[in-house]
Design a protein around this ligand. Structure first.
Ligand code: FES
Length: 116
């Protein structure tokens, strides 16, 4: 699947410990900046599809605001709960601009949590 980089914001606009939600070519993206760098994840909790922005960020992980699952920002791994990992996107810097690569095709039903 081909993907393309999209310009999101300047590094200055993303403080360490902060997150920023964006829709990028149809993909819900959660951008975050930690002491380890800038990370991009799908902004859909793998439990029940809630948006993760607004969730508490602590020690490199974000807590889903709806039911409290916790995901590592750097890897998308679920570290608090037993849910699948979040999809991650590549991030690159272009001068001071943060750019995120998302697939050229918009997300499909396979990118939503499985109904139980
Ligand atoms: S929707 Fe995120 S923990 Fe339930």
């Amino acid at each position: 699947m081909s993907e393309s980089y999209h310009d999101i914001c300047s590094l200055e606009e993303l403080e360490v410990g902060a997150t920023r939600a964006a829709i990028v070519a149809g993909w819900p993206v959660l951008l975050s900046r930690t002491s380890q760098g800038v990370h991009a994840l799908i902004n859909r909790c793998t439990h029940a599809d809630a948006s993760l922005d607004g969730g508490r960020v602590r020690m490199g992980a974000i807590t889903c605001p709806l039911h409290g699952a916790k995901f590592q920002l750097a890897t998308g791994a679920c570290v608090g709960g037993a849910y699948p990992p979040l999809l991650t996107f590549s991030v690159r810097m272009n001068d001071d601009r943060v750019q995120v690569a998302v697939p050229d095709s918009p997300p499909g039903p396979e990118h939503r949590p499985v109904e139980i």
